[in-house]
Write a protein that binds this ligand. Structure first.
Ligand code: NAD
Ligand code: UDP
Length: 336
């Protein structure tokens, strides 16, 4: 399939481009480089041996984006990664988040309609479930109480796509709700390289290990979890990327709207993650215990059975693999 990949130079998008090539598809990337670097394109080529067509275009720019559709002709599907994703930042810049995430999606849906493109995979998030009433989370659990503007944009875009599919029965929509993506391409060439001090734990630990940061701050050890630290479902980005390839196959069967959790189904605590990192790299991670981070929940992990039953997809790599790959990326390619 010829697949349009918005945000294809980002962390998850670039790894998905690798998976698309591996599975015989042809990716076309659109990215405005707001949170990625053009060098990623070279690294995609180094890993896959192929250089994807790339357009530096903002998905909110209808005219610019339309030119991509005109130039590329028939494309079979779009995977929509483009968006702003920092939870904390979204509470400080809500209007920017609503504008970028909603407008880019609306422009995309409009162009899909104009050019007769019928298949879309959307990068949603476990954040749409809000504060979980129980774990593991299943796809039928209630949606609609996100704790921040970023999460609200995911809920709204899910709804927009569902309504669009209701009005046009030939439209196929796959909502993929990611849990906690970590890891990097095993080559060390593609990964997550956040600007400034990382908000997420994996890049933070990697930077501590590489000597860029001094000490990990563990946010709370008084949660009602086995060791008192927060539990999450960490999924290797290579597995996540394969999930998109499986979803494309599903879209080809004209399923209408389908929703899948992409997680491992297994919870890992902060202390377990630190131990896995130390085991994988042999590097000791110094840490201090800080108070709980506002808005964090004790436990969040997926029931990932539906993706296995309907897509034949499940995570194969473990947190140790992810720690090793993140560290490799941190020490070879990430900004020093
Ligand atoms: P990322 O920031 O690395 O990638 C997003 C890419 O989109 C970047 O390259 C950025 O330059 C581009 N982009 C942003 N706005 C754009 C626009 N208007 N037009 C064109 N390009 C634009 O993020 P990621 O971690 O790869 O996440 C990809 C998607 O998955 C996002 O939608 C994110 O919300 C979602 N998601 C991520 C996580 C996570 O923890 N990483 C979890 C759940 C969902
Ligand atoms: N966390 C931490 N220190 C950090 C960043 C995160 O202890 O510097 C904890 C956080 O409280 C949560 C887990 O690590 O329990 C995962 O946080 P992250 O921000 O990576 O993802 P989230 O699940 O919040 O989206």
């Amino acid at each position: 399939m010829k697949v349009l990949v918005t945000g294809g130079l980002g962390f998850i998008g670039s790894e998905t481009v690798i998976a698309l090539y591996k599975n015989g598809h042809e990716p076309v990337i659109v990215d405005n480089l707001s949170n990625s670097k053009i060098e990623v394109l070279d690294n995609i080529e180094k890993v896959s041996g192929k250089r994807p067509t790339f357009y530096k275009v903002d998905c909110c720019d209808y005219e610019g984006f339309k030119k991509v559709f005109e130039k590329e002709g028939k494309m079979d599907a779009v995977i929509h990664f483009a968006g702003l994703k920092a939870v904390g930042e979204s509470t400080k810049k809500p209007v920017e988040y609503y504008t970028n995430n909603l407008l880019s999606s609306l422009v995309l849906v409009r162009l899909m309609k104009e050019f007769g493109m019928k298949n879309i995979i959307f990068s949603s998030s476990a954040t749409v479930y809000g504060v979980p009433e129980r774990v593991p989370l299943v796809e039928t659990d209630p949606v609609g109480h996100a704790t921040n503007p970023y999460g609200e944009t995911k809920i709204m875009i899910e709804r927009i796509l569902q309504d669009a599919a209701k009005a046009d029965s030939s439209l196929n929509v796959c909502l993929l709700r990611y849990f906690n993506p970590i890891g990097a391409d095993p080559s060390g060439l593609l990964g997550e390289d956040p600007n400034g001090i990382p908000n997420n734990i994996m890049p933070y630990i990697s930077q501590v290990a590489a000597g860029k940061l001094k000490t990990l701050h563990v946010f709370g050890n008084d949660y009602p979890t086995p060791d008192g630290t927060g539990v999450r479902d960490y999924i290797h980005v290579v597995d996540l990327a394969e999930g998109h390839v499986a979803a494309l196959k599903k879209l080809a069967t004209n399923p209408g709207v389908v929703i899948y959790n992409l997680g491992t189904g297994k919870g890992t605590s902060v202390f377990e993650l630190i131990a896995a990192f130390e085991k994988a790299t042999g590097i000791k991670i110094p840490y201090v215990i800080d108070p709980r981070r506002p808005g964090d929940v004790a436990e969040n992990y997926a029931n990932a059975d539906k993706a296995f039953e309907e897509l034949g997809w499940k995570a194969k790599l473990n947190v140790e693999d992810a720690c090793r790959d993140s560290y490799r990326f941190q020490t070879t390619t990430a900004s020093k």
